[in-house]
Design a protein around this ligand. Structure first.
Ligand code: NAD
Length: 498
Protein backbone atom coordinates (compact mmCIF):
# COMPACT_ATOMS: atom_id res chain seq x y z
CA UNK A 1 0.00 0.00 0.00
CA UNK A 2 1.48 3.28 -1.05
CA UNK A 3 -0.86 5.74 0.62
CA UNK A 4 -0.75 4.34 4.16
CA UNK A 5 1.39 1.96 6.19
CA UNK A 6 0.15 -0.01 9.20
CA UNK A 7 2.75 1.75 11.39
CA UNK A 8 1.06 5.09 10.76
CA UNK A 9 -2.19 4.10 12.43
CA UNK A 10 -1.74 6.50 15.37
CA UNK A 11 -3.53 4.11 17.67
CA UNK A 12 -3.43 4.53 21.42
CA UNK A 13 -1.52 1.73 23.15
CA UNK A 14 -4.57 1.11 25.34
CA UNK A 15 -8.20 2.17 25.08
CA UNK A 16 -10.29 2.75 28.17
CA UNK A 17 -14.02 3.40 27.94
CA UNK A 18 -14.86 6.67 26.15
CA UNK A 19 -17.12 8.52 28.59
CA UNK A 20 -17.91 12.26 28.89
CA UNK A 21 -15.74 12.96 25.85
CA UNK A 22 -12.58 11.41 27.26
CA UNK A 23 -10.89 8.02 27.37
CA UNK A 24 -10.94 6.72 30.93
CA UNK A 25 -7.78 5.13 32.35
CA UNK A 26 -7.54 1.39 31.80
CA UNK A 27 -7.82 0.10 35.35
CA UNK A 28 -9.11 -3.46 35.38
CA UNK A 29 -8.95 -6.31 32.91
CA UNK A 30 -8.14 -5.81 29.24
CA UNK A 31 -8.22 -7.83 26.04
CA UNK A 32 -5.85 -7.56 23.08
CA UNK A 33 -7.10 -6.18 19.77
CA UNK A 34 -5.11 -8.23 17.30
CA UNK A 35 -4.52 -8.15 13.56
CA UNK A 36 -6.71 -10.83 11.98
CA UNK A 37 -4.03 -11.71 9.42
CA UNK A 38 -0.79 -11.58 11.44
CA UNK A 39 -1.92 -12.04 15.02
CA UNK A 40 0.08 -8.95 16.04
CA UNK A 41 -1.36 -7.00 18.98
CA UNK A 42 -2.55 -3.61 17.75
CA UNK A 43 -3.71 -2.22 21.11
CA UNK A 44 -5.08 -3.27 24.47
CA UNK A 45 -8.72 -2.57 25.18
CA UNK A 46 -10.54 -2.28 28.50
CA UNK A 47 -12.88 -5.12 29.29
CA UNK A 48 -15.66 -2.91 30.65
CA UNK A 49 -17.89 -4.26 33.36
CA UNK A 50 -20.93 -3.03 35.28
CA UNK A 51 -19.08 -0.03 36.80
CA UNK A 52 -17.97 1.48 33.48
CA UNK A 53 -21.35 0.74 31.90
CA UNK A 54 -23.05 2.58 34.75
CA UNK A 55 -20.62 5.52 34.46
CA UNK A 56 -21.36 5.75 30.73
CA UNK A 57 -25.12 5.49 31.18
CA UNK A 58 -25.04 8.18 33.90
CA UNK A 59 -23.01 10.40 31.58
CA UNK A 60 -25.54 9.91 28.78
CA UNK A 61 -28.39 10.52 31.25
CA UNK A 62 -26.85 13.82 32.40
CA UNK A 63 -26.30 14.93 28.81
CA UNK A 64 -29.82 14.05 27.67
CA UNK A 65 -31.92 17.08 28.78
CA UNK A 66 -29.63 19.63 27.10
CA UNK A 67 -29.17 17.53 23.97
CA UNK A 68 -32.93 16.98 23.69
CA UNK A 69 -33.49 20.74 24.08
CA UNK A 70 -31.21 21.60 21.16
CA UNK A 71 -32.91 22.50 17.92
CA UNK A 72 -32.74 19.99 15.09
CA UNK A 73 -30.48 22.49 13.31
CA UNK A 74 -28.04 22.48 16.23
CA UNK A 75 -27.98 18.69 16.36
CA UNK A 76 -27.56 18.56 12.59
CA UNK A 77 -24.59 20.95 12.80
CA UNK A 78 -22.81 18.56 15.20
CA UNK A 79 -23.49 15.60 12.91
CA UNK A 80 -22.30 17.48 9.82
CA UNK A 81 -19.08 18.43 11.58
CA UNK A 82 -18.61 14.83 12.71
CA UNK A 83 -19.18 13.59 9.13
CA UNK A 84 -16.49 15.98 7.89
CA UNK A 85 -13.99 14.81 10.51
CA UNK A 86 -14.67 11.12 9.82
CA UNK A 87 -14.26 11.82 6.11
CA UNK A 88 -10.86 13.36 6.83
CA UNK A 89 -9.75 10.14 8.59
CA UNK A 90 -10.94 7.57 6.04
CA UNK A 91 -7.42 6.74 4.84
CA UNK A 92 -6.45 5.89 8.43
CA UNK A 93 -9.69 4.16 9.41
CA UNK A 94 -9.64 1.91 6.37
CA UNK A 95 -6.26 0.47 7.39
CA UNK A 96 -7.28 0.08 11.03
CA UNK A 97 -10.32 -1.96 9.98
CA UNK A 98 -8.38 -3.93 7.37
CA UNK A 99 -5.99 -5.10 10.09
CA UNK A 100 -8.57 -5.47 12.85
CA UNK A 101 -11.27 -7.27 10.80
CA UNK A 102 -9.04 -8.82 8.10
CA UNK A 103 -11.01 -7.43 5.13
CA UNK A 104 -9.30 -5.75 2.19
CA UNK A 105 -8.62 -2.01 2.34
CA UNK A 106 -10.59 -1.34 -0.85
CA UNK A 107 -13.70 -2.59 0.98
CA UNK A 108 -13.07 -0.98 4.36
CA UNK A 109 -12.61 2.38 2.63
CA UNK A 110 -16.12 2.03 1.17
CA UNK A 111 -17.48 1.26 4.66
CA UNK A 112 -16.37 4.63 5.93
CA UNK A 113 -17.61 6.44 2.81
CA UNK A 114 -21.02 4.94 3.55
CA UNK A 115 -20.71 5.88 7.22
CA UNK A 116 -20.07 9.51 6.29
CA UNK A 117 -23.18 9.46 4.07
CA UNK A 118 -25.13 8.07 6.99
CA UNK A 119 -24.08 10.88 9.37
CA UNK A 120 -24.99 13.47 6.71
CA UNK A 121 -28.28 11.77 5.88
CA UNK A 122 -29.46 11.89 9.49
CA UNK A 123 -28.17 15.46 9.96
CA UNK A 124 -30.57 16.44 7.18
CA UNK A 125 -33.33 14.09 8.33
CA UNK A 126 -33.28 15.59 11.85
CA UNK A 127 -34.51 18.86 10.35
CA UNK A 128 -37.52 17.24 8.72
CA UNK A 129 -38.66 14.95 11.52
CA UNK A 130 -41.64 16.99 12.53
CA UNK A 131 -44.84 16.21 14.33
CA UNK A 132 -48.29 16.67 12.87
CA UNK A 133 -51.53 18.34 13.92
CA UNK A 134 -55.20 18.78 13.14
CA UNK A 135 -58.20 20.75 14.33
CA UNK A 136 -60.59 19.10 16.77
CA UNK A 137 -63.90 20.62 18.02
CA UNK A 138 -63.03 23.84 19.88
CA UNK A 139 -59.36 23.09 19.80
CA UNK A 140 -56.32 21.57 18.22
CA UNK A 141 -54.41 18.29 18.41
CA UNK A 142 -50.63 18.45 18.27
CA UNK A 143 -48.70 15.21 17.80
CA UNK A 144 -44.96 15.41 18.29
CA UNK A 145 -42.02 13.05 18.48
CA UNK A 146 -39.84 12.92 21.59
CA UNK A 147 -36.54 11.09 22.06
CA UNK A 148 -36.45 8.14 24.48
CA UNK A 149 -33.36 9.19 26.43
CA UNK A 150 -30.30 6.95 26.85
CA UNK A 151 -29.99 4.40 24.03
CA UNK A 152 -27.94 1.25 24.66
CA UNK A 153 -26.53 0.06 21.34
CA UNK A 154 -24.56 -3.09 20.50
CA UNK A 155 -22.81 -3.80 17.18
CA UNK A 156 -20.94 -6.72 15.55
CA UNK A 157 -17.42 -6.80 14.08
CA UNK A 158 -17.90 -7.30 10.35
CA UNK A 159 -18.32 -3.68 9.14
CA UNK A 160 -17.46 -1.53 12.18
CA UNK A 161 -17.61 1.87 10.43
CA UNK A 162 -21.02 1.22 8.93
CA UNK A 163 -22.41 -0.33 12.10
CA UNK A 164 -21.32 2.57 14.33
CA UNK A 165 -22.89 5.09 11.92
CA UNK A 166 -26.15 3.10 11.64
CA UNK A 167 -26.48 3.33 15.42
CA UNK A 168 -25.07 6.74 16.37
CA UNK A 169 -26.49 8.87 13.53
CA UNK A 170 -30.26 8.31 13.89
CA UNK A 171 -30.17 8.13 17.70
CA UNK A 172 -28.48 11.49 18.25
CA UNK A 173 -30.26 13.13 15.30
CA UNK A 174 -33.53 12.35 17.08
CA UNK A 175 -32.27 13.91 20.34
CA UNK A 176 -31.19 10.81 22.27
CA UNK A 177 -27.87 10.19 23.94
CA UNK A 178 -25.90 7.01 23.32
CA UNK A 179 -23.88 4.29 25.03
CA UNK A 180 -22.43 2.14 22.24
CA UNK A 181 -20.72 -1.22 22.76
CA UNK A 182 -18.53 -2.32 19.84
CA UNK A 183 -17.59 -5.95 19.25
CA UNK A 184 -14.60 -7.45 21.06
CA UNK A 185 -13.33 -8.96 17.76
CA UNK A 186 -12.87 -5.59 16.03
CA UNK A 187 -13.45 -2.39 17.94
CA UNK A 188 -10.47 -0.12 17.17
CA UNK A 189 -11.97 2.18 14.52
CA UNK A 190 -15.04 2.62 16.75
CA UNK A 191 -12.82 3.44 19.74
CA UNK A 192 -10.94 5.93 17.54
CA UNK A 193 -14.21 7.76 16.81
CA UNK A 194 -13.95 9.06 20.38
CA UNK A 195 -11.21 11.50 19.34
CA UNK A 196 -13.61 13.03 16.79
CA UNK A 197 -16.75 12.83 18.95
CA UNK A 198 -14.98 15.01 21.54
CA UNK A 199 -14.59 17.73 18.88
CA UNK A 200 -18.23 17.67 17.75
CA UNK A 201 -20.67 16.73 20.52
CA UNK A 202 -21.19 17.93 24.10
CA UNK A 203 -19.76 15.54 26.72
CA UNK A 204 -21.94 12.50 27.35
CA UNK A 205 -23.92 12.59 24.11
CA UNK A 206 -21.96 9.66 22.62
CA UNK A 207 -20.14 7.22 24.92
CA UNK A 208 -18.33 4.05 23.82
CA UNK A 209 -17.80 1.08 26.13
CA UNK A 210 -15.69 -1.77 24.79
CA UNK A 211 -15.98 -5.21 26.32
CA UNK A 212 -17.29 -8.73 26.07
CA UNK A 213 -20.89 -9.50 25.16
CA UNK A 214 -21.88 -11.39 28.27
CA UNK A 215 -20.22 -8.76 30.52
CA UNK A 216 -20.43 -5.25 29.02
CA UNK A 217 -23.28 -6.13 26.63
CA UNK A 218 -25.41 -7.77 29.28
CA UNK A 219 -24.75 -4.94 31.77
CA UNK A 220 -25.87 -2.42 29.15
CA UNK A 221 -29.09 -4.16 28.11
CA UNK A 222 -30.13 -4.71 31.73
CA UNK A 223 -29.27 -1.21 32.97
CA UNK A 224 -32.38 0.44 34.46
CA UNK A 225 -31.62 3.85 32.92
CA UNK A 226 -31.34 2.59 29.34
CA UNK A 227 -34.61 3.59 27.68
CA UNK A 228 -34.13 2.01 24.26
CA UNK A 229 -31.99 -0.90 23.02
CA UNK A 230 -30.69 -1.30 19.46
CA UNK A 231 -28.78 -4.46 18.54
CA UNK A 232 -27.07 -5.82 15.43
CA UNK A 233 -25.68 -9.33 15.52
CA UNK A 234 -26.71 -12.96 15.50
CA UNK A 235 -30.29 -14.18 16.07
CA UNK A 236 -29.06 -16.19 19.08
CA UNK A 237 -27.80 -13.10 20.91
CA UNK A 238 -30.72 -11.08 19.50
CA UNK A 239 -33.06 -13.32 21.51
CA UNK A 240 -31.05 -12.70 24.71
CA UNK A 241 -31.06 -8.95 24.09
CA UNK A 242 -34.79 -9.01 23.32
CA UNK A 243 -35.47 -10.84 26.56
CA UNK A 244 -33.46 -8.24 28.48
CA UNK A 245 -35.60 -5.50 26.88
CA UNK A 246 -38.80 -7.42 27.58
CA UNK A 247 -37.85 -7.78 31.25
CA UNK A 248 -37.72 -4.00 31.60
CA UNK A 249 -40.41 -3.28 28.95
CA UNK A 250 -38.17 -1.05 26.84
CA UNK A 251 -38.30 -1.02 23.02
CA UNK A 252 -35.73 -3.19 21.23
CA UNK A 253 -34.81 -2.98 17.55
CA UNK A 254 -32.87 -5.85 16.00
CA UNK A 255 -30.81 -6.30 12.82
CA UNK A 256 -29.90 -9.97 12.64
CA UNK A 257 -28.63 -12.60 10.24
CA UNK A 258 -29.46 -13.54 6.66
CA UNK A 259 -29.34 -16.31 4.08
CA UNK A 260 -30.36 -14.30 1.07
CA UNK A 261 -31.58 -15.78 -2.24
CA UNK A 262 -30.20 -14.52 -5.55
CA UNK A 263 -32.51 -15.65 -8.38
CA UNK A 264 -31.61 -15.89 -12.07
CA UNK A 265 -34.47 -16.23 -14.59
CA UNK A 266 -33.97 -17.94 -17.97
CA UNK A 267 -35.08 -14.81 -19.86
CA UNK A 268 -31.86 -12.89 -19.15
CA UNK A 269 -29.94 -11.93 -22.30
CA UNK A 270 -26.92 -14.06 -23.19
CA UNK A 271 -24.89 -10.86 -23.29
CA UNK A 272 -25.90 -10.12 -19.70
CA UNK A 273 -24.86 -13.44 -18.20
CA UNK A 274 -21.27 -12.39 -17.52
CA UNK A 275 -22.50 -9.27 -15.74
CA UNK A 276 -24.92 -11.33 -13.67
CA UNK A 277 -22.14 -13.77 -12.80
CA UNK A 278 -20.10 -10.79 -11.68
CA UNK A 279 -22.96 -9.52 -9.48
CA UNK A 280 -23.46 -12.98 -8.01
CA UNK A 281 -19.73 -13.33 -7.31
CA UNK A 282 -19.59 -9.95 -5.63
CA UNK A 283 -22.87 -10.51 -3.76
CA UNK A 284 -21.59 -13.69 -2.15
CA UNK A 285 -17.89 -12.89 -1.65
CA UNK A 286 -17.68 -9.21 -0.64
CA UNK A 287 -16.75 -8.77 3.01
CA UNK A 288 -15.15 -12.23 2.62
CA UNK A 289 -18.69 -13.55 2.87
CA UNK A 290 -19.00 -12.14 6.39
CA UNK A 291 -22.03 -10.03 5.63
CA UNK A 292 -25.62 -10.37 6.80
CA UNK A 293 -26.83 -9.39 3.30
CA UNK A 294 -24.53 -11.68 1.32
CA UNK A 295 -26.40 -13.49 -1.47
CA UNK A 296 -25.45 -16.95 -0.25
CA UNK A 297 -28.18 -19.01 -1.96
CA UNK A 298 -28.06 -18.76 -5.75
CA UNK A 299 -31.07 -20.08 -7.70
CA UNK A 300 -30.22 -20.61 -11.39
CA UNK A 301 -32.86 -21.73 -13.91
CA UNK A 302 -32.39 -25.14 -15.49
CA UNK A 303 -32.51 -23.67 -19.01
CA UNK A 304 -29.29 -21.69 -18.59
CA UNK A 305 -27.76 -23.67 -15.72
CA UNK A 306 -24.81 -25.36 -17.41
CA UNK A 307 -23.64 -22.25 -19.26
CA UNK A 308 -24.06 -20.11 -16.13
CA UNK A 309 -22.20 -22.52 -13.86
CA UNK A 310 -19.23 -22.72 -16.24
CA UNK A 311 -18.89 -18.95 -16.15
CA UNK A 312 -19.49 -18.76 -12.39
CA UNK A 313 -16.70 -21.28 -11.73
CA UNK A 314 -14.31 -19.27 -13.90
CA UNK A 315 -15.32 -16.03 -12.13
CA UNK A 316 -14.71 -17.50 -8.67
CA UNK A 317 -11.35 -18.94 -9.73
CA UNK A 318 -10.24 -15.49 -10.95
CA UNK A 319 -10.59 -14.02 -7.47
CA UNK A 320 -7.31 -13.15 -5.85
CA UNK A 321 -6.84 -14.18 -2.22
CA UNK A 322 -4.43 -11.74 -0.58
CA UNK A 323 -3.43 -9.82 2.54
CA UNK A 324 -5.88 -7.20 3.83
CA UNK A 325 -3.41 -4.39 3.09
CA UNK A 326 -3.14 -5.39 -0.58
CA UNK A 327 -4.97 -2.64 -2.46
CA UNK A 328 -6.88 -4.95 -4.84
CA UNK A 329 -7.76 -8.26 -3.26
CA UNK A 330 -11.33 -9.35 -3.43
CA UNK A 331 -10.94 -11.99 -0.74
CA UNK A 332 -8.90 -11.60 2.40
CA UNK A 333 -8.99 -13.29 5.78
CA UNK A 334 -11.74 -14.05 8.24
CA UNK A 335 -11.90 -12.10 11.46
CA UNK A 336 -10.67 -14.79 13.85
CA UNK A 337 -9.68 -18.39 14.33
CA UNK A 338 -13.15 -19.08 15.76
CA UNK A 339 -14.75 -17.78 12.57
CA UNK A 340 -12.20 -19.73 10.50
CA UNK A 341 -13.06 -22.99 12.31
CA UNK A 342 -16.77 -22.29 11.82
CA UNK A 343 -16.37 -21.79 8.07
CA UNK A 344 -14.09 -24.85 7.83
CA UNK A 345 -16.76 -26.97 9.52
CA UNK A 346 -19.41 -25.89 6.98
CA UNK A 347 -17.02 -26.56 4.08
CA UNK A 348 -16.49 -30.04 5.53
CA UNK A 349 -20.26 -30.56 5.75
CA UNK A 350 -20.67 -29.40 2.13
CA UNK A 351 -17.90 -31.68 0.93
CA UNK A 352 -19.41 -34.65 2.77
CA UNK A 353 -22.76 -33.94 1.07
CA UNK A 354 -21.00 -33.82 -2.35
CA UNK A 355 -21.48 -31.12 -5.00
CA UNK A 356 -18.26 -29.10 -4.60
CA UNK A 357 -17.92 -26.94 -7.74
CA UNK A 358 -14.79 -24.99 -6.87
CA UNK A 359 -12.67 -23.91 -3.90
CA UNK A 360 -13.00 -25.62 -0.56
CA UNK A 361 -9.41 -25.20 0.62
CA UNK A 362 -7.71 -23.01 3.18
CA UNK A 363 -5.05 -20.76 1.60
CA UNK A 364 -1.83 -19.53 3.14
CA UNK A 365 -0.76 -15.97 2.39
CA UNK A 366 2.82 -14.81 2.85
CA UNK A 367 3.34 -12.70 5.98
CA UNK A 368 -0.14 -13.54 7.27
CA UNK A 369 0.49 -16.72 9.21
CA UNK A 370 -2.33 -16.18 11.70
CA UNK A 371 -4.94 -15.50 9.04
CA UNK A 372 -7.78 -17.81 8.06
CA UNK A 373 -7.94 -17.38 4.28
CA UNK A 374 -10.16 -19.61 2.13
CA UNK A 375 -10.64 -20.06 -1.58
CA UNK A 376 -13.97 -18.79 -2.86
CA UNK A 377 -16.06 -21.91 -2.44
CA UNK A 378 -19.15 -22.96 -4.42
CA UNK A 379 -21.37 -26.00 -3.85
CA UNK A 380 -24.27 -27.36 -5.88
CA UNK A 381 -26.92 -28.39 -3.42
CA UNK A 382 -30.62 -28.37 -2.55
CA UNK A 383 -32.44 -25.85 -0.42
CA UNK A 384 -32.94 -28.25 2.46
CA UNK A 385 -29.20 -28.92 2.99
CA UNK A 386 -27.46 -27.44 6.03
CA UNK A 387 -25.14 -25.29 3.93
CA UNK A 388 -28.21 -23.77 2.25
CA UNK A 389 -30.18 -23.29 5.47
CA UNK A 390 -27.59 -22.02 7.97
CA UNK A 391 -25.70 -18.74 7.99
CA UNK A 392 -22.04 -19.65 7.37
CA UNK A 393 -20.62 -16.10 7.37
CA UNK A 394 -17.72 -16.93 5.08
CA UNK A 395 -16.88 -17.18 1.35
CA UNK A 396 -19.20 -20.10 0.62
CA UNK A 397 -21.99 -20.04 -1.98
CA UNK A 398 -24.74 -22.65 -2.31
CA UNK A 399 -26.22 -23.03 -5.81
CA UNK A 400 -29.66 -24.54 -6.38
CA UNK A 401 -31.07 -25.47 -9.81
CA UNK A 402 -34.72 -24.47 -10.37
CA UNK A 403 -37.45 -25.21 -12.95
CA UNK A 404 -40.83 -24.60 -11.35
CA UNK A 405 -41.69 -21.02 -10.35
CA UNK A 406 -43.88 -21.86 -7.33
CA UNK A 407 -41.26 -24.27 -5.98
CA UNK A 408 -38.62 -21.58 -6.53
CA UNK A 409 -40.60 -19.11 -4.43
CA UNK A 410 -41.25 -21.67 -1.72
CA UNK A 411 -37.52 -22.46 -1.56
CA UNK A 412 -36.39 -18.82 -1.75
CA UNK A 413 -38.67 -18.07 1.22
CA UNK A 414 -37.90 -21.43 2.82
CA UNK A 415 -35.35 -20.32 5.41
CA UNK A 416 -35.76 -18.72 8.83
CA UNK A 417 -34.20 -15.46 7.59
CA UNK A 418 -35.60 -12.70 5.36
CA UNK A 419 -33.08 -9.89 5.02
CA UNK A 420 -32.29 -9.35 1.32
CA UNK A 421 -32.82 -10.92 -2.11
CA UNK A 422 -31.63 -10.45 -5.70
CA UNK A 423 -33.50 -11.05 -8.97
CA UNK A 424 -32.06 -11.06 -12.51
CA UNK A 425 -34.60 -10.90 -15.32
CA UNK A 426 -35.47 -8.91 -18.45
CA UNK A 427 -39.19 -9.36 -17.76
CA UNK A 428 -40.91 -6.69 -15.68
CA UNK A 429 -43.72 -9.05 -14.68
CA UNK A 430 -41.22 -11.59 -13.29
CA UNK A 431 -39.36 -8.84 -11.48
CA UNK A 432 -42.42 -7.27 -9.91
CA UNK A 433 -44.32 -10.43 -8.96
CA UNK A 434 -41.26 -12.11 -7.53
CA UNK A 435 -40.15 -9.03 -5.59
CA UNK A 436 -43.67 -8.78 -4.21
CA UNK A 437 -43.75 -12.40 -3.05
CA UNK A 438 -40.26 -12.61 -1.53
CA UNK A 439 -40.11 -12.34 2.25
CA UNK A 440 -37.18 -9.93 2.46
CA UNK A 441 -36.65 -6.36 3.60
CA UNK A 442 -34.56 -5.46 0.54
CA UNK A 443 -35.11 -6.86 -2.96
CA UNK A 444 -32.61 -5.80 -5.63
CA UNK A 445 -33.58 -6.29 -9.27
CA UNK A 446 -30.68 -6.63 -11.73
CA UNK A 447 -28.03 -5.26 -9.37
CA UNK A 448 -27.11 -6.79 -6.01
CA UNK A 449 -26.61 -4.61 -2.93
CA UNK A 450 -28.22 -1.53 -4.41
CA UNK A 451 -28.42 0.45 -1.17
CA UNK A 452 -28.97 4.19 -1.19
CA UNK A 453 -29.26 6.28 1.98
CA UNK A 454 -32.96 6.60 2.70
CA UNK A 455 -33.91 3.08 1.63
CA UNK A 456 -35.33 1.14 4.58
CA UNK A 457 -32.93 -1.59 5.72
CA UNK A 458 -34.34 -4.32 7.93
CA UNK A 459 -35.39 -7.92 8.01
CA UNK A 460 -38.42 -10.17 7.85
CA UNK A 461 -38.73 -13.21 10.12
CA UNK A 462 -35.58 -13.96 12.15
CA UNK A 463 -33.58 -11.26 10.33
CA UNK A 464 -34.82 -8.60 12.68
CA UNK A 465 -37.32 -6.06 13.88
CA UNK A 466 -37.34 -2.44 12.67
CA UNK A 467 -35.75 -0.51 9.81
CA UNK A 468 -32.46 1.39 9.81
CA UNK A 469 -30.90 3.67 7.18
CA UNK A 470 -34.10 5.61 6.46
CA UNK A 471 -36.31 8.44 7.69
CA UNK A 472 -38.55 5.97 9.50
CA UNK A 473 -35.58 5.04 11.72
CA UNK A 474 -36.12 8.32 13.53
CA UNK A 475 -39.54 6.99 14.61
CA UNK A 476 -37.77 3.93 16.05
CA UNK A 477 -35.77 6.29 18.27
CA UNK A 478 -38.72 8.43 19.42
CA UNK A 479 -42.04 8.27 21.25
CA UNK A 480 -45.11 9.76 19.58
CA UNK A 481 -46.81 12.17 21.96
CA UNK A 482 -50.26 13.74 21.54
CA UNK A 483 -51.21 17.07 23.10
CA UNK A 484 -54.73 18.49 22.73
CA UNK A 485 -55.56 22.12 23.41
CA UNK A 486 -59.17 23.32 23.93
CA UNK A 487 -60.06 27.00 23.67
CA UNK A 488 -62.59 26.69 26.50
CA UNK A 489 -63.19 24.35 29.41
CA UNK A 490 -66.27 22.18 28.85
CA UNK A 491 -68.07 20.16 31.51
CA UNK A 492 -67.45 16.43 31.28
CA UNK A 493 -69.77 13.46 32.11
CA UNK A 494 -70.45 14.31 35.72
CA UNK A 495 -71.50 17.92 35.10
CA UNK A 496 -73.50 19.42 37.98
CA UNK A 497 -77.23 19.38 37.13
CA UNK A 498 -78.72 22.69 36.13
P1 NAD B 1 -22.94 -11.81 17.93
O1 NAD B 1 -24.42 -11.82 18.09
O2 NAD B 1 -22.16 -12.93 18.48
O3 NAD B 1 -22.31 -10.47 18.59
C1 NAD B 1 -22.83 -9.21 18.28
C2 NAD B 1 -22.63 -8.28 19.46
O4 NAD B 1 -23.39 -8.76 20.56
C3 NAD B 1 -21.19 -8.17 19.96
O5 NAD B 1 -20.91 -6.80 20.27
C4 NAD B 1 -21.17 -9.01 21.21
O6 NAD B 1 -20.22 -8.60 22.15
C5 NAD B 1 -22.57 -8.75 21.73
N1 NAD B 1 -23.08 -9.78 22.66
C6 NAD B 1 -22.75 -11.10 22.71
N2 NAD B 1 -23.42 -11.70 23.73
C7 NAD B 1 -24.17 -10.73 24.33
C8 NAD B 1 -25.07 -10.73 25.44
N3 NAD B 1 -25.33 -11.84 26.14
N4 NAD B 1 -25.69 -9.58 25.76
C9 NAD B 1 -25.45 -8.45 25.05
N5 NAD B 1 -24.59 -8.39 24.02
C10 NAD B 1 -23.96 -9.52 23.65
O7 NAD B 1 -22.72 -11.64 16.37
P2 NAD B 1 -21.35 -11.61 15.59
O8 NAD B 1 -20.83 -12.99 15.46
O9 NAD B 1 -20.47 -10.59 16.18
O10 NAD B 1 -21.85 -11.05 14.17
C11 NAD B 1 -22.36 -11.88 13.20
C12 NAD B 1 -23.87 -11.82 13.16
O11 NAD B 1 -24.32 -10.48 13.01
C13 NAD B 1 -24.40 -12.56 11.95
O12 NAD B 1 -25.53 -13.32 12.29
C14 NAD B 1 -24.76 -11.44 11.00
O13 NAD B 1 -25.70 -11.80 10.02
C15 NAD B 1 -25.25 -10.39 11.93
N6 NAD B 1 -25.20 -9.05 11.30
C16 NAD B 1 -26.38 -8.47 10.96
C17 NAD B 1 -26.39 -7.23 10.34
C18 NAD B 1 -27.70 -6.57 9.96
O14 NAD B 1 -27.70 -5.38 9.72
N7 NAD B 1 -28.80 -7.31 9.89
C19 NAD B 1 -25.19 -6.58 10.09
C20 NAD B 1 -24.00 -7.19 10.45
C21 NAD B 1 -24.03 -8.44 11.08
Amino acid sequence: MKDFQPDDLQLLSAYGAFIDNEYKPVGGQTFAATSASTGETLANVARCSGQEIDDAVQSAKRAFPDWKAKTPEERAACLYKFADLVEGQIQRFKVIDALDVGRGVWETELDHVLAVQQYRYFAAAAKTHEGWGRSIPNGYLIAKREPYGVCGQIIPWNVPGIMASFKIAPAVAAGNTVVLKPDENACLSTMELGKLIAECFPPGVVNIVPGLGEEAGAALTSHPDVAKIAFTGSPEVGRIVSAAGANRLVPVSLELGGKSPNIVFPDVGTDDIDKIVDNVTFGSMFCNGQSCIAGTRLFVHDGIYDDFMGRLKASMERIKVAAPTNPFPLLSCLVSEKQGQRVQSYIDIGKAEGGLVTGGERVSVEGCDAGWFFEPTVFETTNDSRIAQEEIFGPVLSVIRWKDYDKLLADANGVKYGLAAGIYTSNLKNAWETADRLQAGNVWVNSYLNLAPGSPFGGYKESGIGSEFCHETLNMYTHAKAITIQTEINPAWYAPSA
